[in-house]
Design a protein around this ligand. Structure first.
Ligand SMILES: *Cc1c(COP(=O)(O)O)cnc(C)c1O
Length: 346
């Protein structure tokens, strides 16, 4: 039996079909622009999100950072939510690579507060940095999806002040699935967007940046500067095409399994889940009132072929994905109950 891996949706292995298309992919040298499979993926991806052009990059972090580098000049200020990935989980890259200053706004699970956004736009004073970019994130790392209304409000203000908007849409298709909208209904409220092929969509490696042709042309140069000019990248683009064409539909199932997992966990004494917060494939819960800690639970699970992460400030996160079935969800919950019984005796 293989492991049930609830640590993230980044752990998803490529499907058999993906392995086949990798083997058979037609490739060229993408730095010369003549890898036909990369070109096909970039065209398909751009259309899918309603933008003129798109570019394959090695990771979501890379996509966000090349976007910041392309939108901004050194010393510019970037406005973004205080809990977003670019702020917390990208190793300070915006400062290190692009020399920009990040200025955080309070956010409600990814939704920016409009009055605060307006108050933090910079004026003309000679002392001030220029506001070079506004970033949003959907789905947010809290597992929640900002409303289209909030995204429109942010975008309208940005346009009024001539400031570009970048959306970190690592889980963009999860967001569209939750909102039951076409993904273009989301991306109409940004100038550029990054999304991951390598999370719930199961591709092994890669993310996409999309925007205007002019933007993507400049971004290609910055991608090269950052060491992201890949050669026979068609081997990554081929499973990427499968991800976008065939795997989006499956996200519904992942969301359903997350809901089920949340509901079953809620029945365990001492475990607190807020069911309304389960919008995509992530289940957050609090187990402080059980007698066991996350390390002990993790060790117990591991011996029973389940991988989980430890808690973050007392909050646990389980993530469902293509390789987690309804049966697995039931097994996880049964094993959780066993763990409580077994570990409480000490
Ligand atoms: C996963 C993720 C990224 C990018 O992650 P990589 O591991 O660099 O591909 C960016 N933003 C958010 C919100 C994410 O969840």
């Amino acid at each position: 039996m293989t492991f049930i891996d609830l640590r993230s949706d980044t752990v998803t292995q490529p499907t058999d079909k993906m392995r086949q298309v990798i083997y058979n992919a037609q490739v060229g040298d993408d730095v010369y622009g003549d890898d036909p499979t990369v070109n096909e993926l970039e065209e398909y991806a751009a259309k899918l999100v309603g933008k003129e052009a798109a570019m394959l990059v090695p990771s979501g972090t890379f996509g966000n950072q090349v976007s910041i580098m392309t939108h901004c000049r050194r010393g510019d200020e970037v406005l973004l939510g205080e809990n977003c990935h670019i702020m917390i989980h990208e190793v300070g890259a915006a400062a290190a690579l692009s020399g920009v200053q990040l200025r955080t706004l309070k956010d409600k699970d990814g939704e920016l507060i409009i009055s605060e956004l307006i108050s933090k736009l910079r004026g003309e004073d000679i002392h001030f940095p220029d506001t070079g970019l506004i970033c949003m994130e959907t789905a947010h790392s809290s597992g929640k999806v900002p409303s289209l209304f909030n995204m429109k409000e942010v975008y309208d203000i940005a346009k009024k002040h001539n400031i570009p908007v970048h959306v970190d849409g690592a889980r963009l298709f999860n967001a569209a699935t939750y909102l039951e909208v076409d993904v273009k209904d989301i991306t109409q409220y940004c100038d550029t967007v990054t999304f991951c092929l390598s999370k719930g969509l199961c591709a092994p490696i890669g993310s996409i940046v999309a925007g205007t042709s002019k933007f993507i042309n400049s971004a290609r140069k910055n991608r090269k500067r950052m060491g992201g000019g890949l050669r026979q990248a068609g081997f990554l683009a081929a499973p990427g095409l499968i991800a976008l064409k065939e795997m989006r539909e499956g996200l519904k199932e992942d969301h359903k399994n997350a809901k089920l997992l949340g509901e079953l966990l809620m029945d365990i004494p001492g475990v607190k889940v807020n069911l309304e917060d389960i919008q995509i494939n992530m289940v957050f819960f609090d187990m402080k009132e059980t007698d066991i800690n996350s390390q002990a639970l993790g060790d117990f699970f591991y011996k029973r072929q389940i991988k989980i992460n430890g808690d973050e400030n007392g909050i646990m996160r389980f993530v469902t994905h293509h390789w987690v079935t309804e049966k697995d969800v039931n097994y996880v919950v049964e094993t959780f109950k066993e763990a409580l019984k077994a570990l409480k005796q000490y």
